[in-house]
Ligand binder design. Structure first.
Ligand SMILES: [Zn+2]
Ligand SMILES: [Zn+2]
Length: 426
């Protein structure tokens, strides 16, 4: 891959800047042209953002300072969340009991109401998450080396082995427990997996499998089902999803407007309780994420956990790159004997390896400015990277040799083809 690097002077502070034709020119000295900040839609939203930022940073400070004393302890906020979740479950139970009572009444209208109530209780039942057949799932007998690596990592961290691995096109990885048996599913995004080094991959597995033992209250049965029930209530009450649910397109008649206003009004307390539960569990949830990062460092070493987290910040650049590759693919015919899927993955890896240090630094500073996180439950990535430096350095507990990586690479070949076709729109 060839690209040009030239030097020029910063128009703002005249410091010399390295300019790479593929990336935005910017100045590390004065942050000139660092990148577009997300437009603040109003002063209220701006204040809200500043408050969230202060809260997340304060939490980071406290956790960085006190992790050793308070690990595993739950605070008053957690207790309040557990109690509120209990009330949510009690409410579902009351709907069920009330409906059964109505069904036993002799009057037909009351019986009818009972049937409606039962349907409601069914819709709002605590959901454990479905475990259904999934084309992205990779069976254990199809990928023994990959499963062996995850099993080994889980054993070393003292957490549960995965029951299923899924391979997707996401720039992320995730962990989920589902069904009555709370089976474990680990999802690996192939673009991210491809650009990580071996030890960084093990760190990623350490984080994900660490979700099985990091004490995340939001993922515990009691709180998770309460949050899901509230989400189901909200969907039921907000007119837009209500229309889809009933399967008709409502005419904007006066009665409809009135009904939706009423439903919106009823949905408000549901949203409020959901917000309170979310707020109350934020500390526990973010602490659990930092702890999962500790487990990432234990599995793959501190240094590799930090560089793995740093690579997460390259997501926007990778997304642009994939769009370019998709466009290029549609305009070129593959040469004889050339495999477009494998070419795509090699291209992606070469692209990430060739990103210069200044561009990585720009992404890191942009991530810090925008407080970007992989999703709403994870702390901002730059704080996760910083936390690695605060914690004592760890050596890797889990390693894999070249033969093992080759075997895993071979096992992932069908997934590489499927995901590449999906990303390239073949
Ligand atoms: Zn400058
Ligand atoms: Zn996580």
């Amino acid at each position: 891959m060839s690209f040009t690097t030239v030097s020029r002077a910063c128009p703002n502070c005249a410091a010399p800047i390295e300019s790479d034709s593929r990336f935005t020119d910017w100045c590390p000295g004065c942050d000139w042209n660092l990148g577009a900040e997300a437009p603040a839609p109003g002063r209220r939203a701006e204040r809200c953002r500043a408050r969230d930022r202060a809260r997340v940073e304060a939490l980071y400070q406290r956790l960085a300072a006190s992790e050793s004393q308070e690990s595993g302890r739950h605070g008053a906020a957690w207790l309040a969340a557990v109690l509120i979740a209990g009330l949510v479950h009690l409410w579902t139970l009351a709907v069920l009991a009330g409906s059964l009572w109505l069904l036993l009444q002799p009057a037909a209208p009351l019986k009818g109401l009972g049937v409606v109530g039962l349907a409601l209780a069914w819709l709002l039942r605590p959901r454990l998450g479905r475990w259904r057949r999934d084309p992205a799932a990779l069976d254990r007998d199809r990928a023994p080396a990959l499963y062996a690596l995850l099993d080994r990592t889980a054993d070393q961290l003292g957490t549960r082995r995965p029951d299923r691995i899924r391979i997707t096109g996401a720039w992320n990885a995730s962990y989920r427990r589902a069904g009555l048996r709370r089976r474990v599913e680990v999802t690996l995004g192939l673009p991210l997996w491809t650009v990580l080094t071996g030890p960084e991959r093990i760190a990623l597995l350490g984080h994900e499998l660490g979700h099985g033992s990091n004490g995340d209250a939001r993922r515990g049965f009691w709180l998770e089902t309460a949050l899901r029930t509230l989400e189901a209530w909200y969907q039921l009450l907000t007119p837009r999803s209500g229309e889809a649910f009933l399967g008709y397109r409502a005419r904007r008649a006066a009665t409809d407007a009135l009904a939706s206003a009423l439903l919106n009004w009823l949905a408000l307390p549901v949203r409020w309780v959901h917000g309170v539960l979310y707020r109350l569990t934020m500390r526990s949830s973010q602490r659990a994420e930092y702890r999962a990062d500790d487990l990432a460092a234990r599995a793959g070493s501190s240094a590799d956990a930090a560089t793995m987290l740093g690579k997460l910040l390259l997501g926007p650049g990778v997304a642009t790159r994939i769009t370019q590759q998709r466009a290029a693919h549609q305009h070129t015919r593959p040469g004889a004997g050339e495999d477009p899927a494998e070419r795509f993955w090699t291209g992606l890896r070469e692209y990430v390896d060739s990103i210069p240090g200044t561009e990585r630094e720009r992404r890191a500073r942009l991530g810090e400015r925008g407080m970007s996180a992989v999703d709403t439950s994870h702390p901002p990535t730059h704080l996760r990277v910083r936390m690695r430096a605060e914690r004592p350095a760890q050596a890797a507990l889990v390693t894999a040799d070249a033969t093992e990586w080759d075997a895993i690479h071979a096992e992932l070949a069908p997934a590489r083809r499927r995901v590449a076709e999906q990303l390239l729109g073949i």
